[in-house]
Design a protein around this ligand. Structure first.
Ligand code: MLT
Length: 392
């Protein structure tokens, strides 16, 4: 039903964000397919790198060779954090803030270092898609540095400054672990970030659009969207899926017993089922292929992936989940690959954020371009009369 037809009725499931064909990604639940600006996500994973993917999401088409190199170099030059932001991160580590909360606070903090924002002037961006794009590049380039620096501080180590000569995947693992990783790891990480970049009207993208529709600046819209992604029913599911596999492994129960107990307790099987898919999430297949490649390589730590694969096999063959359209989504496998690279579980949602921020900014830019201010209607759905309680 179109929103106007809902007038007066209880408006549940009201469309808050209208994502049409021309916009950034389309998700086909029956086929298990994702198109990002018309390109199949599997083609993007195979034939493009992360910077090309960002350019595509923000500009609507892949960059030419002449456009690509300056864009890539520009993004790599924006990775550094201001020194006192690093000191603030140390305070968050001392307070043992969750990495997502530290990322949110630091992203808001970075607005104070962006020349495109004047804290003493009214925030209007009517005519400056370029300004929004510049702020967006600053945010996207710095989130990996925030994540890696903060994780090292939580481990009692000093942060490692980013390098401009490394690819996205190489640089993140270098900042996190202190050495340039094998190409297979850098590629696998970059592919994970690419395939999570946008996914139709999910909760965090909705949040970014609604906040931006109030003419809030990109730092404010992105920080709000991070809050949505931090939820266990959205971006935190990848962390919870790994913790779930660990619980299964440590339970020393058979998979059958463990699953039955989980069902009896009404606990979620993290990484299974989806608001759109009633078949396999195509991103899960892409990630699982990397997991297999890593296992077959000299670096393979196959514990987590095998746990996931064994659980999937049991659930697909012994439960009615699959016939009810409940199949693995990307969260079920993404953490097994991160684990193989030695990335700690606590920052998996930060990695999801490092990706989805590209999509959020694409939607914000799209919204400013079309000057479409999308405002959700808040509908009072309680009883008509209000029983005011008089003050005694
Ligand atoms: C996502 O990629 O955002 C998740 O699959 C959740 C969703 O699309 O709702």
């Amino acid at each position: 039903m179109a929103p106007e037809e809902l007038e007066g009725e209880i408006q549940k499931g009201l469309e808050g964000v209208i994502i049409d064909e021309s916009e950034i990604s389309r998700v086909f639940g029956d086929e298990g397919k994702i198109l990002i600006r018309g390109h199949d996500v599997e083609d993007i994973a195979k034939h493009a790198d992360l910077q090309e993917t960002l350019y595509l999401v923000w500009n609507g088409e892949l960059p030419t060779r002449e456009e690509y190199e300056p864009f890539r170099d520009d993004m790599f030059e924006r990775r550094e954090l201001p020194d006192d932001v690093i000191e603030t991160l140390r305070n968050y580590a001392a307070a043992d803030l969750h990495p997502m909360d530290a990322m949110m606070a630091t992203t808001a903090n970075l607005a104070g270092y962006d020349d495109h924002i004047d804290p003493h002037a009214p925030q209007t961006f009517e005519d400056s898609i370029d300004e929004v794009m510049e702020m967006g590049k600053n945010i996207v380039a710095k989130l990996p540095t925030i994540t890696a620096s903060y994780q090292r501080m939580r481990e009692g180590k000093d942060p490692i400054a980013p390098r401009e000569d490394l690819t996205f995947g190489e640089n993140f693992l270098y900042m996190l672990q202190g050495e340039v990783p094998p190409e297979l790891f850098a590629d696998a990480l970059e592919t994970e970030i690419q395939i999570h970049v946008d996914h139709g009207a999910n909760a965090s993208t909705f949040t970014s659009r609604v906040v931006a529709s109030a003419m809030a600046n990109p730092y404010e819209a992105v920080t709000s969207a991070m809050g949505a992604l931090a939820g266990p029913l959205h971006g935190a599911a990848n962390q919870d899926a790994l913790n779930m596999l660990d619980d299964m492994d440590k339970s020393e129960k058979s998979i059958e017993e463990w699953v039955q107990d989980r069902f009896d307790e009404g606990d979620v099987i993290y990484g299974w089922g989806h608001r759109v898919y009633n078949t396999y999430d195509p991103r899960a297949k892409i990630v699982a292929e990397y997991a297999e490649d890593i296992i077959d390589s000299p670096y393979g730590d196959d514990r987590w992936y095998k746990l996931a694969r064994d659980l999937e096999g049991y659930l697909m063959e012994n439960t009615e989940l699959a016939e009810n359209g409940i199949a693995p989504n990307v969260d079920f496998y993404s953490g097994t690959v991160y684990q193989q690279m030695g990335i700690p579980t606590d920052i998996y949602t930060n990695l999801f954020t490092m990706s989805r921020v590209g999509g959020w900014l694409g939607h914000i830019i799209e919204q400013y371009s079309d000057n479409r201010i999308i405002r959700p209607r808040v509908q009072y759905t309680g009883p008509d009369e209000r029983d005011w309680v008089p003050f005694e």
